[in-house]
Design a protein around this ligand. Structure first.
Ligand code: ADP
Ligand code: ZN
Length: 516
């Protein structure tokens, strides 16, 4: 299963936009031309199918450094991969030939220049090459900037070996595409994937949690009679929120991995057939769902990563009609997701990457400009204009220079030994001499009371946004005590400015947002 390999080999929770269709086509042995923006995740689209197929996939790539990086990463993940480039040591080359000879190798990277030497094609034939992948396929275009004459030999290689070819590029203009088809595919049009990531009919919206149950009920009530999915972070929450929706007279049903298989199938069938059913689900719901008229997808809790978010909201509005989303998030979510990453079994490098993907989602949640622009930028796609179909475009937030406030908060954190959560730190900042504050002597600190100019609710919004910017992280081993990250130091030193959003809810709010 592609999804299992994705998790086991790469440690990713889901595909990025466009990847899955391409992976399936390549794995099925079709000729494929895929056009994806830089940073969109092309390499996975030939690496993963290579693991699903018999034999060796040969990857032609013009960049030696990139090949070596990819081979190193694949080998670290336990994949038999090798490269034949001019940068190889003799021992490296021997090892590749050895692995080829033993039939162990799955992915062989090769610079196009190698195709010029007569023996190469024979070698590849004997080695049992069953597919070709071409990275930076626009290098075959004689009119482009990156023309590589040896790319012209690839068409010949495909003909001789008689195997499918998948070509990848970020260059989308029609002439280059036509040239790729002529030169790499002998003019026979391959299955072509050129899809922007944007789903303009899906409205994007985030809200900080502020009475989340009420927020969800308001959202669902306003959409009575529409089919929707409400994603929750836990099984228990799917049950309680489904009951709350039912109590409002809405048709809702819970769905999670702990239910019997036939119960789950029953819910799936109901959702497919009925109009206006709300499925309140964990991420277990969705893989096999193919309902074009899902009108909304809401998240009662923050998803795991920006990829997961994109995939889940992408289930709405497949028919192209307007669809809506709402994603709630709060400090507890951030803590939960960080803890899940930290307590997982993955190695450190992977955990850091997971934190990075969570940061990207938090950055989107706390965005100060058009959300779609931020979302697409993450996937490598640039938007010329703001979308006009997100909550920020609809009502731009007021921004303020929060540099000083953040410096105060960070120094309160440092002065108290990075041992406390936001609630206590806000007491210190606002000069609230609680018993705990006095018992620790924190009323004697120079930071005591330096934040009296802001209300408690405003401080809560600042702490949440600080966590969203990854300036501080909750520590799972210390009940959510906050500690500074690397990113905090330039702020403390006054080298970076921090601009935050005024939270309209914050001014009036009391202590229920941050519980630490
Ligand atoms: P491209 O070749 O299209 O420029 P890459 O293949 O180098 O892009 O991928 C860009 C980044 O996206 C890499 O850091 C890769 O690890 C990451 N990436 C790719 N696919 C996924 C996925 N499904 N989930 C999370 N990250 C991904
Ligand atoms: Zn927008």
């Amino acid at each position: 299963m592609p999804a299992d390999l994705l998790r086991a080999v790469w440690g990713f929770d889901g595909f990025r936009p466009g990847q899955q269709e391409i992976v399936e086509a390549v794995a099925a042995g079709h000729d494929v031309l895929a056009i994806m923006p830089t940073g969109g995740g092309k390499s996975l689209c030939f690496q993963l199918p290579a693991l699903m197929r018999e034999g060796v996939t040969v990857v032609i790539s013009p960049l030696i450094a990139l090949m070596r990086d990819q081979v190193r990463a694949l080998r670290a993940a336990g994949v038999e991969a090798g490269a034949l480039t001019s940068g190889n040591t003799e021992a490296e080359t021997d090892a590749v030939f050895q692995a080829l000879g033993d039939g162990r190798l799955k992915i062989l990277y090769m610079a196009p220049e190698r195709l010029a030497s007569g023996g190469t094609v024979n070698l590849l034939r004997r080695a049992g090459v069953t597919a070709i992948a071409v990275d930076e396929a626009h290098c075959v275009s004689q009119w482009g900037h990156d023309f590589r004459p040896d790319y012209l030999r690839i068409g010949e290689l495909k003909r001789t070996l008689g195997v499918p070819l998948a070509a990848f590029t970020a260059t989308a203009d029609a002439e280059t595409q036509a040239e790729i088809v002529t030169r790499l595919f002998d003019g026979r049009p391959p299955e072509t994937f050129l899809r922007g990531f944007d789903r303009p009919n899906i409205r994007l919206a985030f809200q900080p949690k502020d009475g989340p149950r009420r927020q969800i009920l308001d959202f669902a009530r306003a959409r009575r009679g529409q089919s929707g999915i409400l994603y929750c972070a836990s099984r228990a929450r799917t049950e309680t929120l489904a009951a709350a929706l039912m109590a409002e007279g809405l048709e809702a049903v819970a769905y999670h991995g702990g239910m019997e298989a036939d119960q789950r199938r029953h819910v799936e069938a109901r959702f497919q057939q009925e109009d206006g059913l709300i499925v309140v689900a964990t991420i277990a719901f969705g893989m096999g769902i193919d309902k074009p008229d899902i009108r909304w997808v809401a998240h009662a809790d923050l998803p795991k990563s920006i990829e997961a978010y994109y995939q889940e909201i992408g289930r709405a509005g497949r028919d192209g009609d307007p669809a809506e989303t709402l994603c709630l998030y709060g400090p507890d979510d951030i803590r939960l997701r960080r803890t899940q990453i930290d307590e997982g079994l993955a190695e450190n490098a992977r955990k850091e990457a997971d934190h990075g993907r969570l940061n990207a989602l938090l950055g989107l949640a706390e965005a100060t400009g058009c959300r779609r622009r931020a979302l697409l930028a993450y996937f490598g796609e640039e938007m010329v204009e703001d979308c006009g179909n997100c909550d920020i475009c609809a009502s731009p937030p007021k921004l303020f220079d929060a540099t000083q406030a953040v410096q105060k908060a960070l120094s309160a954190m440092l002065r108290t030994g990075e041992w406390f959560g936001a609630g206590h730190l806000i007491d210190v900042l606002t000069g609230n001499a609680t018993e705990k504050v006095r018992a620790r002597g924190h009323d004697q600190l120079p930071t005591f009371g330096v934040g009296q100019d802001l209300a408690r609710g405003q401080w809560q919004a600042i702490f949440r946004q600080m966590m969203g910017r990854d300036l501080c992280r909750p520590d799972p081993d210390r009940h959510g005590a906050l500690h500074l990250t690397q990113a905090a130091h330039p702020v403390l030193k006054g080298e970076t400015q921090v601009v935050l959003r005024h939270d309209p809810a914050a001014r009036t709010k009391s202590a229920n947002v941050l519980r630490t």
